[in-house]
Structure formats: structure tokens, C-alpha cells
Design a binder for this molecule. Structure first.
Ligand code: DC
Length: 237
């Protein structure tokens, strides 16, 4: 049987991580944050004093980088980079790294490998339904109003709402206008607006859509291991 792959795409701050993680627990399957992978490459690039726009140097970093990724942490070449990949410095540089085609090719390969190794999962990103898993069981495109998105980022990481809203808009612009696999809403994706819905409401809606598609859903209660969040995603290269 084909593995269940739920693709969760959408712009920054639409609620992808919260929804994708909760959904993975509810379904008793694994979760992969592909944005963390691009952030991990960016972290290593900056750590080495390289320019994020240096296409060849960044590609070399991406091809050799070692990730150990769990639901809540990321180790990059044996360094715990969980907090460091969320800094403003990484925020500002990551879309340059994500626009690098060689980096994307390497990350796509690793993401497909991850699904094969884990027998399916909930995968969050920008090009998951469009490019990485065009045959995903279900494609969800999450959106939220610009103000709600900026407020969520501030609640998570602090900062000024207006400044963050500007930074989010710039990143969206770069992510959706790049040549290689830009952020876009696929015609077969279900659009879910998270602005005015609670997490359980959104999860229920996605579960319903999955059942409609005949996906074999497991009960979360019999998957206590998955719910503890201590399973290793094993994204080591
Ligand atoms: O979701 P996030 O903010 O952690 O993503 C970080 C950056 O990586 C963001 O600029 C979009 C980019 N990205 C991407 O291009 N493709 C993905 N599949 C995931 C993230």
C-alpha cells in the first residue's frame, strides 16, 4: 500500500508547524519540518563565515551536511542548532539559501528518502505538494491573515509586530517569486484558513479530508510512542 503522505504548505506564520506536529500525533505518524533543513544549511553557512548568496559554496555545504532531526530538535554536524536556526540572522539569510537549486535538489532527495524510511508522514514546507510529493495523499495549503501571522511570530519569538510583518512579507515575496519551486497553491490542495480556527478544529477538518480520501488512519491512542515526541526522524545524511 502507498504510504500516507500529508503535505502541509503555506507562507510563514500560517500555523504550519503547530498544525503539522499536532496532526502527526493525532495520526500516529512521523513529522518532518523541511524549513528546518533549509535553516540548518543556513546556520552552517553563517557559522563558516560564508555568504548565503555564494551559490557554489552553499551548495557544497548542503551536499555534505549531516542532520539529526527529531520532532523538536535539529543537530547540524553534531552541533545542537535547535535555537540557533530560529534567530533573526538565519531568518534574513534563509531565503537566499532556499533559492539555490543545488541545495533544493539535495534537500528534496533527503525528504523523499525520509518518507521511504518512515513509511509516510506529515511533511511541512513550501514545495511539498507541488514538487517533492506531487502524489501526496492529501495536500493542505494553510493560510492566515498577515496580521495574525505577524502576531504569532511575535508570540513565539518576541519582537515588533510591524517589523516582523514587513520581514514576513519580504520573505514571502522571495519564496513565491524564486525560479526554482516557488511557494504556490496547487489546484488540488485544500486551502485551510487558520486565522479564526482553533488547532483541534483544523486537525478535525484535515482528518475528515483524509478519511474522505480513504487514507488508512491509525488511532493516536495506540501510538503513545509517537505522541511523546522522542522518536528520531533520523534525517542523517
Ligand atoms: O517554514 P520556515 O520559515 O522554517 O522556512 C524557512 C525558509 O525555507 C523559508 O524562507 C522558506 C524556505 N523553505 C522552502 O523554500 N522550501 C521548503 N520546503 C521549506 C522551507
Amino acid at each position: 500500500m502507498k504510504p500516507t503522505v500529508v503535505a502541509i504548505d503555506g507562507p510563514a506564520g500560517a500555523g504550519k508547524s503547530t498544525i503539522a506536529k499536532a496532526l502527526a500525533v493525532a495520526l500516529g505518524i512521523e513529522y518532518l519540518d523541511t524549513g528546518a533543513m533549509y535553516r540548518g544549511v543556513t546556520f552552517e553557512v553563517l557559522k563558516r563565515g560564508l555568504e548565503a548568496t555564494d551559490v557554489d559554496a552553499v551548495a557544497r555545504v548542503a551536499r555534505t551536511i549531516r542532520f539529526i532531526q527529531t520532532r523538536d530538535s535539529l543537530h547540524v554536524n553534531d552541533v545542537d542548532a535547535t535555537a540557533a536556526i530560529r534567530t533573526a540572522e538565519v531568518d534574513a539569510a534563509v531565503s537566499h539559501v532556499a533559492a539555490n537549486s543545488a541545495v533544493r535538489e539535495e534537500m528534496r532527495t533527503r525528504q523523499r528518502q525520509w518518507i521511504t524510511e518512515h513509511g509516510g508522514g506529515v511533511v511541512e514546507g513550501r514545495d511539498i505538494g507541488s514538487v517533492v510529493f506531487p502524489d501526496a495523499t492529501l495536500k493542505v495549503y494553510l493560510v492566515a491573515s498577515p496580521l495574525v501571522r505577524a502576531q504569532r511570530r511575535v508570540a513565539q519569538h518576541g519582537g515588533d509586530v510591524e517589523e516582523i510583518a514587513r520581514a514576513i512579507a519580504e520573505r514571502d515575496q522571495r519564496d513565491s517569486t524564486r525560479d526554482d519551486s516557488p511557494l504556490r497553491q496547487m489546484p488540488d490542495a485544500v486551502v485551510v484558513d487558520t486565522s479564526d480556527h482553533t488547532v483541534p478544529e483544523v486537525i478535525d477538518e484535515i482528518r475528515r479530508l483524509l478519511l474522505e480520501r480513504g487514507a488508512a488512519l491509525r488511532s493516536a491512542t495506540s501510538e503513545s510512542d509517537s505522541a511523546t515526541g522522542d522518536s528520531t526522524n533520523g534525517l542523517s545524511s
